[in-house]
Structure formats: structure tokens, C-alpha cells
Design a protein around this ligand. Sequence first.
Ligand code: GLC
Length: 445
Amino acid sequence: MAVMIDNHVVQTAASSFAIGTDNLRRIESAFIYDLDRGVDGMEPSSLKMLPSFLDLPTGREEGDALALDFGGTNVRARLYHIENGKAAVLRESARRLREFDRENALLYDYTSSKTRPEELFDFIAGIVKEAVSGDTQEEYPLGWTFSFPARQERVDQAELISWSKEIAVPGVEGQDVVRLLREALERNGLKNVRIKAVVNDTIATLVAAAYSDEKVTAAAIYGTGHNTGCREMYVRDKDRPPQLLNLESGGFSRLMRTVYDLEVDERSDRPGAQLLEKMVSGRYLGALFTNVAALSVRGEREEIPPDLEDRLGFTAEDMSRFMLAEDIAEKRSVLAVKFFPALGKGFSLDRAEIAAFRGLAEAITRRSARLVAATLSAIVRHNSETGEIKPQTIAVDGSVYANMPGVARLVRAAIDELLGEEGKKVELRRLTGGSGFGAAIAALM
Ligand code: GLC
């Protein structure tokens, strides 16, 4: 028997990813429920709603500041000059945390379970050093975007709760990452760099967007990872001012999961954690597609490699390329890049199979967009105390939102589906680079 695709498996999976309006409303309500319970950490909630010890900027913050962005894929340091509401990047240095050569062999990896914390933090400090051109004299305030769940007691301290997005460096969880970075800066001769603020990327994006738009109430990251931050609406303790909250919404767990979600979760570094993130974000969309693709392969046992899923390894970028490909031939070649090396020469893909995979890619993408929309709409509802929705802007950054075909339109449509006419009052604003700029502003606040 030749190796082939069972189209039925692909189609069944695609239809299991559909979420109708009623179910979407249930998810929206469940998210509101968790938001309500999470206020001041009163009741157990799957949303961490972490305080940032920062409020919105005034829009008058000015000066020179370093912004360090560490989010899971790249490390980027930028020296900003901010004046009269305008920002100029004076210098920049960036590097990937993992790098492969042309033959796809690993050159280095600072994300693995074998990386020592000092190696990771020295690597980061090295990038900061490049951004200040090795200057060890002049004082630089630094704002650090650290895009992981962290518990803060001040704006310049942050204890990593747990890694997400498949970073596995041991010995960092439970530690104050600001201290670890400060020590690395000192080891690298950079006593002149002062860490003023550490912020989640949702908070940095919120600060960046609010710097020039006072209607901004929330900011979402919709890329490799997914999360939203918003301004705190309900403060029980009247003695303290409201602040910006990192919801860690990727950890939302009141969801209806499919068997494919369960498998992707089980194969991940942290089964049981970040359940929403695993259904919507770029790091996992490709894994969902891969999981179904592997399950759909039929053939004699010896024809199918036991590690088929690892070999296929479709990414969200592959899915985008596949959806954007104009004709069948081009679509076939996108799939072939992963299928043929894994399954050998006897394997072929016909028109119907390609159509089934197209339906699958679209269903996974559509579900992702609708789930994210349900959380945003829930935040809007939760934050409208009187029940009447105020005109407001939600900033959105991230590669899935920016690049995956149809995503931005699908999010918009699902928000309107949930909020009806009121949806018109919610503007979604696409932002790029907010997590760097926002960190620089935070350092100057
Ligand atoms: C993950 C992190 C979260 C971050 C998001 C987007 O969900 O846990 O802190 O904001 O990715 O980068």
C-alpha cells in the first residue's frame, strides 16, 4: 500500500475547530467570569491579572532611554531619543535566541534546558552592550520588556513565575530577573546601565499606544505567544491608584478543547499550562496543523516514521504561505517541503487532499481569531462599569495578527458579532514595535 492521506481525518478535524456564535458567547462569558474573580486576586481564576506598578503615561515623557526586548524569539536592544512626542532610534542591536545555519544545523540555542542562566543573561547583556557601542561611562536608564508571567512588587523587580512559549532554561523561575540581568550587566562592565522598569510586552504595548492616544484601554499581543494587558477598572483598596494589569490571558482555561488540542498540549513543555495560548498563538498553530496532518497519513507501519509529527513540523509561517499560495501547484509545493522528506518519494498529494488541508488551515486560523476576539470583547464588557461601552482603542501587535491571512478581519468580524452595534465603538489599532518603545517610555516615567 502506498502512503496516502485520509481526507476524512482532515475534514473532521477542520469541522471540529468551528465555533458558532452561541459557543463564542459562552467563552466570552467565561472570560468575564474569570476577570471578575481575578479582581485583586480575590478568587481563584485562570487569569493571573498581574500588577505592573505602572499607570498610563502622560504623553510628556522625554529623554534618552534604552529599551530591551526579550520575548522568546529575539533579543533586541534599542537606544531611543524621545522628544516632543517623537521617538528616534539612535542605535540598535538584535539577535535571535536560537540560530540555525543554512543546512538547518543548530548554531546556538539560549532557550534550552541545557542553557545556564548566566549564559542566557550574558548573551542579553552583550546585546545591550552593542546598543550602547560598548560605552561604560555615560548613564543609561533601561526599560526592559520581559514577555513572560512575572510577579512584581515594584516596577524595577520581577520574579519569573514560569517560562512560556517553550523556553526551558532552568534556574530562572522563582528568581528576580532584574537582579540576574543587573549581575550580567556588571559582569560585562555595564555598571552605567540602570534598570528602571521591567514590563510585560502587553504593558509596554499599552504604554506605547497610550502615549499618543488617550482612548487606549487595552493592548494585545497576538504572535508567537498571546496575551492582553489592560488598565485596571476596579480597585477595592481606595488608597491606591489604578494600574496596568498583565492578564496573562494565554493561561485562560475555561475552553472547549478538541482531541488535537489535547495532543498538542501533551507534547508541549508544560502540559496543562497556557491552554488558550496553545489554541491561538503562532507558536502552536503550526503544531495543531502538524498533529492533524500526521494523524491523516495512512500506509503500512514500516512506511510511516514513528516520529512523523516531529519530521513534519509545520509552522504558522508554513500555514500562511500555504494559504497565500495562489494556485494548486504552489500550494502543493508548500506542503511537499515537509511531507516529501518525511514520507519518501512514493508519496503524492492530489487536488482533493490539498483542498482538505486548505480547509484545515483556514479552520485553525479562524478559530484562533474568534477566540482572541471573544477575550477582547469580554475585556470591553468587563471594563464598562455602567454597561454602556465607551469609545475606545485596543492596540494589537504580533506576527499572527499582522501576517496571517484573514486574521485581522476575522477578529474584527467576531467582535462585531459579539458586541453588535456597540462594536463600532471599539477600534482595533495595529501597532508594531510598541514593546520596545513602550519600555523606553516606562524607563522615563
Ligand atoms: C506568553 C507570555 C506572556 C506574553 C505573551 C506574548 O503568553 O506568558 O507574558 O505577554 O506570551 O508575548
